[in-house]
Structure formats: C-alpha cells, structure tokens
Ligand binder design. Structure first.
Ligand SMILES: C[S@@+](CC[C@H](N)C(=O)[O-])C[C@H]1O[C@@H](n2cnc3c(N)ncnc32)[C@H](O)[C@@H]1O
Length: 515
C-alpha cells in the first residue's frame, strides 16, 4: 500500500505519547445541571484528548470532527510542542494559502496525525468516526485515515450537498458540496444504521395498477443475476402459467418460497399476463426508513444557510463562521449511536454537535452523552457552552453539562504529583496505566481502587509524606490469594512479609508510569 510521507512525519508519529497528562478542572459557574455526564472542555484537543484517556479509552461510540480545512483563510496556527527543529520554526505562525506557504499541507498533517491517533484510541471497538473536509485536504486525509484506522476500516466517503446557490464568480465550477469521511475502529463490529426517512419521491415509485387491497406496490422480477444452474427448475403457477428463468439468469427464490408467494397472490404477470413474472413488495409493509445514499441532500442534512439560521436562532447573527447544520450532525449521530452512547466532537466550534445530541435525546427520549472540546477561550465559553445552554433552556430539555478547563500536569516540574490532584484523579490515572482500562469509580472501596486480572490495586494518597505501607495498613487489605499492587509514598514492611502476602509495593511518584 502506498504510504503518505510529509515533512515532520517522523517527529509526530509518536507525539501523542509525549503530550503531558493534564488534569481536568470543573468550572461550576459555566456548567449547568448537577450530575450531568455531558462535558465541554476548553483547551487544545491534543491535551484534552489525552486527559480523557483514563476515563474514556475505548468508550466513545461516535466521533464527529470538523477540523480546519486548511483553506488558507482560517488563520489557524500550528502550535504543537514537537521537539523537532523543522517543526519549531513553524510555531506561532498562521498557516498560509496555497501559493504563499509551501509547507501548509505538511503542517496540517502534523497537526492532525497525533489527534487522530488519540481519537482512534478513544473509539469503542464498534465505534465510527466522521470527519468533515473539503477539497483542500480530502486526498491527504483519506491516506492519513488509511494509515491510522486501516484501509479495511474505511466505510464511506459521504457528500454533503452543503450549498444550494452557485457562485457565478467561481473561476471554474461553483463548489456546492463538502465531504465526510467515515471510518470504523473495527469494521467487523460496526452496526451503522445507514437509513434515512422515506421520501415522497421514493414512495411515488409504488403504484397499484390492479387495485390490490394491500395498497401500492412495486414489482421485482423473479429472476436474478446469480444462482445455480441446476436449480433453474420450471415452475407452474396456480393460474397455469409455466415459467423458468431465461438463459444466464437464475431463480431469485427457492421452490417453497415461490409457492408461498404464489398462494399469497404476490406474483404479477402484467395486465395482459404476458410480462416476466415479478414479486410485489407492498409499501405498507416497508419500514418508514430507507437506505441512505452516499449523497446527503438538503432535505435530510440541511445546508450552510440553514446552519447559520439555526445558530442565529439562539445567538447573535454571525457570531461564528461556517457552523455545520444541526440536521447533518443529528443524522450522523442517530445512525451510529443508541441511547446511552457517547459522542465526541474535538473541534467543537459553535457547539452544533451539543445541540444535535441534545435534540436527539429530546426527540427519541434517549440518553446519549456528548463531549465537546474547543481551543478558543471566547468561543468555548461564550459560544460553544452558551449555545448548548440556550438550547437546553429554550426548549426546556432535561440535559446539562460540566464545563472544564485543562488544569496543571499530573507531574509537576520536579516530577512530583501535582498537589491539587485528588485521590480519585490519581486512582483513575494509576488504574488506567496499570490495566489499560478505565476505572469504575463506584467500585473504589477506600484504598482499594480496583481489581483486574486477579490483581488488586491499592492507593495510599492522603496527606503528603504520611502515605505509608505499614503493618496497620496490612491488616486492612483483603485476605484473599490475589496479587496486590500497592502505591504509597513509603513502605516499612520487609520483603519476606510482602512476598508472603503477594504484595508489590510501588513508590509514588517514581513508579507511577508516565503515560
Ligand atoms: C471548522 S470549526 C468547527 C465548527 C463546528 N463544526 C460548528 O458546527 O460550529 C473548527 C473549530 O475547531 C477549533 N479548533 C481548532 N484547533 C483546535 C484544537 N487544537 N483544539 C480544539 N479546538 C480546535 C477552532 O477554534 C474552531 O472553532
């Protein structure tokens, strides 16, 4: 398979591992609802995604992202602290347009690569990711996605018919569409319901030329392209007509099924009884949905004009350029998630995904959750969060959300655990680095933080310097035969006793793994 190469690639392939692990701090004043599991995070998504890992690795069912398209007009800046001289000189400079910035595609690829890697790790085995993009980076994104998610996990390139007017001043064609690339984490587990509401146009293809009491129907010939030659029997219908598939064609149904269809008056021979026999499918028996095509029309996905109106309905006109339509995100998230699933948007912008998920919950009485990440301070607080807050209040929806800032790194400059780190935060982090799974907070029982693969994990982390693994603590741990890993500042028990109780002591902070 051809592999995409670009300037700086070797410096970013493992950059997701080098990003420091930062804590999340809840800002009560910007949150609404007390116990909501929805989350809006203000910060760079590279660090925010990493901060989410101990809580959400493998748990996100659907990711929708709408990253900068690299048009040359967005004013986006490459700012990742990658330790490479080639990359350092890009820092803090706005990425320019096609003719003026020869590294613009390299910068975009360097920015996207580690983020997509983290997003992949957050996705559940049966999860899917949708990435909006346009012609500027579509061809690079496809290769990047193949690289990270695997070619086999490609699902579809969707086309969103985003603009209903044409620009007469366009140099060549007036572009009216955008792309949405859809990949899975593991194609064999995915269940995306690629269905949309039936349209009147599709229903109009059903007629009732014989006034069947079951209503309008559509006929499909009884022969098919493939099958087995030896099964090409001649069939005699109850009206005496004999029929056998023509040469090169095969029976669509078995003898028994044909018999049932015939008895049920579902075979159509044409008004003059001379047409190729076909089977009737009744409109009344179809579901209210039909297969979705790969082109998403306005009638289903809205368009950019509608998206702006939807935003202006809640916020001041023009507060945010190029939002997506709520209809589009509702469509993608409803196809790929069920109630209780989590949806993540790490380039949240005006918060369309938050509104879409909230509305979907209201329409379907479901309990989907969203996580939104936005880097710009004035956008995250005043637009992303404010929009979701207004939509909840305007329609009296039951949802709320927690608003978080990225806090200090877990390890401070001296390599010590940050003072503000809570017991639960450190427990979650340690359990994740030990087991590569997420901690169930409800399962924490005092110092016992979790149990995995016949090993119990304990954490002593209260007052600095007083977290000592001693004989008193030994009396508190369970007496079962499982191995025990105990994190503490200090251990004053001899090795023989530790071995006897199958205890492995790990000293904080030195033996807390850097993730
Ligand atoms: C194209 S907009 C998304 C619009 C959004 N889909 C909507 O409907 O409003 C991209 C957003 O991603 C944000 N962004 C860019 N780089 C980011 C980063 N590294 N971390 C988090 N957000 C980022 C930008 O500030 C911008 O608001």
């Amino acid at each position: 398979m051809p592999v995409l190469n670009w300037i700086g690639k070797e410096a970013v392939v493992n950059h997701d591992k080098e990003v420091p692990f930062r804590l999340l701090k809840k800002i009560k004043a910007h949150s609404i609802g007390e116990t909501s599991q929805n989350l809006i995070i203000h910060g760079d998504n590279l660090e925010a995604l990493k901060a989410l890992m101990p809580y959400y690795q493998g748990k996100i069912k659907c990711i929708y992202i709408d990253p900068p398209y690299n048009t040359g007009n967005e004013g986006w800046v490459y700012n990742d602290k990658v330790n490479s001289p080639k990359i350092k000189k890009w820092l803090g400079k706005v990425v320019g347009g096609e003719a003026e910035d020869l590294c613009r595609h390299d910068k975009w690829l360097c920015m996207m690569y580690p983020r997509l890697k983290l997003l992949r790790d957050l996705l559940s085995e049966d999860g899917v990711i949708f990435v909006s993009i346009d012609d500027n980076e579509n061809y690079n994104l496809r290769q990047l996605m193949n690289d990270i998610f695997g070619e086999d996990n490609y699902i579809q390139e969707l086309i969103w018919h985003s603009k209903y007017t044409v620009s007469n001043d366009a140099k060549f064609f007036s572009r009216q569409h955008e792309y949405i690339l859809c990949y899975s984490k593991n194609i064999s587990f995915v269940k995306v319901e690629c269905a949309v509401p039936r349209t009147e146009e599709a229903n109009d293809r059903y007629a009732n030329s014989d006034n069947d009491s079951r209503g309008p129907w559509k006929a499909t010939p009884l022969h098919a392209k493939s099958g087995k030659e030896e099964n090409n029997f001649e069939y005699t219908f109850k009206n005496g007509i004999k029929w056998k598939p023509p040469k090169g064609r095969f029976h669509r149904f078995s003898f028994e099924t044909l018999q049932k269809l015939d008895v049920d008056d579902r075979i159509w021979f044409g008004k003059d009884l001379k047409s190729t026999p076909s089977v009737k499918t009744f409109l009344s028996e179809l579901s209210l949905k039909m297969k979705s095509g790969s082109i998403i029309p306005f009638s289903i996905g809205g368009h950019t004009h509608k998206a702006n109106e939807q935003l202006a309905d809640l916020m001041d006109k023009g507060v945010f350029q190029n939002p997506k339509s709520v209809d589009l995100i509702k469509l993608l998230t409803s196809m790929s998630t069920d109630s209780d699933d989590i949806i993540l948007d790490s380039f949240a912008g005006s918060g369309t995904t938050g509104q879409a998920v909230t509305e979907l919950n209201n329409d379907q009485n479901s309990n989907r959750k969203f996580i939104l990440i936005e880097i710009e301070d004035d956008v995250a607080k005043d637009i992303t969060a404010e929009r979701v807050k207004r939509v909840i209040q305007k329609y009296n929806y039951k949802d709320g959300f927690e608003y978080c800032e990225l806090d200090k790194s877990l390890f401070n400059e001296d390599g010590q655990i940050e003072e503000e780190c809570s017991f639960e935060q450190l427990a979650t982090y340690i359990y994740f680095t030990e087991t590569n799974t997420n901690l169930d907070k409800k399962a924490i029982d005092k110092n016992l933080i979790g149990d995995y693969n016949e090993t119990e994990f304990y954490l002593l982390f209260k007052d600095k310097g007083r977290n000592i693994l001693n004989k008193d603590f030994l009396k508190k741990i369970s007496k079962n035969s499982k191995k025990k890993v105990i994190y503490a500042d200090k251990c004053i028990i001899d090795d023989k006793t530790l071995n006897k109780h199958k205890i492995q002591f790990k000293q904080i902070p030195y033996e807390v793994k850097v993730y």
